[in-house]
Ligand binder design. Structure first.
Ligand code: TYD
Length: 139
């Protein structure tokens, strides 16, 4: 399901049987990139929001393995809210998408798959700068 041109929900195939469920993530197969990095957020304190940035080049896939949280995604023209609560779907965030994460449940485990290593230089952390780079609102 496309949210923006470079931002969508991807359904992950569940290999389920009578024992339970399993999802396999493979770079170049269900995640269309070479996987360079995986990180996860957990034990996020009540009331804490995270993110508040966009990336110049990075592609990421966000999967809520447990619990739930709310993602705000913004391409500079439109802002949408997506609740992530399923381990069998990934939110793909391409480059130049502003993201915020709110309302983490106490048990939320949010896994992020990235196609590049960590690089602070790839971050845009000021919303006004993001808007001017994408030529968004009021430009
Ligand atoms: P931060 O960018 O504040 O996380 P978020 O955007 O989810 O709110 O990152 C928190 C800290 O972790 C910061 O010191 C940078 C570090 N970090 C890494 O070392 N590697 C990584 O892959 C990420 C995402 C963060």
């Amino acid at each position: 399901m496309d949210i923006f041109r470079n931002c969508r929900i991807i359904k992950l195939e569940v290999k389920g049987d009578e024992r339970g469920s399993l999802v396999a993530i493979e770079g170049g197969v269900n995640i269309p990139a070479e996987i360079a990095r995986v990180y996860y957020l957990f034990e996020t304190k009540k009331g804490v929001s995270r993110g508040f940035h966009a990336h110049k080049e990075l592609n990421q896939w966000v999967i809520c393995l447990n619990g739930q949280c709310k993602m705000i995604i913004d391409n500079g023209y439109e802002r949408r809210e997506v609740v992530l609560s399923r381990p069998d779907e990934a939110l793909y965030l391409g480059s130049m998408i502003w993201r915020e994460m709110h309302d983490f449940s106490e048990d939320c485990v949010l896994m992020v798959i990235a196609d590049k290593h960590y690089d602070e230089g790839d971050y845009i952390r000021e919303y006004d700068k993001f808007l001017s780079l994408v030529g968004g609102r009021d430009q």
